[in-house]
Write a protein of this length. Structure first.
Length: 128
């Protein structure tokens, strides 16, 4: 099957993230913690320290447990969906606790358009 070349200008304009989640499909896990759980006694979260501190302990533990068993994808492969991504609702399960990197990912911005273009080309049935 051949796909036509897709540019970001070929994509429909969107005004919100509802029922999209494309930015979540290659994250693996929220980037609060950059070390395995076994090493976190020595390392404070590298990003979003205030948000991490406000996060419920059960959610922190869930994330640390996931990271402890996380497998890095092979070279050249995209990471899987973020562990917090709800594939049915196509949105973040813990949106209010998302890290700054997710907050900075603006609707219709360069990164948004690039990932939507990628999915239009490789997974066209996914786009909202």
């Amino acid at each position: 099957m051949t796909h036509k070349s897709t540019t970001t200008k070929d994509l429909p304009t969107i005004s919100d993230c509802d029922s999209c989640g494309i930015c979540c499909l290659h994250m693996g896990y929220p980037s609060y913690v950059t070390t395995p759980a076994s090493q976190t006694d020595q390392t404070a979260p590298q990003l979003d320290e205030q948000a991490w501190a406000k996060m419920p302990n059960s959610l922190k533990q869930e994330l640390l447990d996931y990271i402890e068993t996380y497998q890095t994808p092979a070279d050249g492969e995209l990471d899987g969906p973020c562990v917090w991504y709800d594939a049915v609702r196509r949105r973040c399960e813990h949106h209010e606790h998302r890290p700054q990197v997710c907050r900075n990912f603006s609707v219709g911005g360069k990164g948004c358009l690039e990932w939507r273009s990628h999915y239009q080309l490789h997974h066209p049935d996914y786009l909202p």
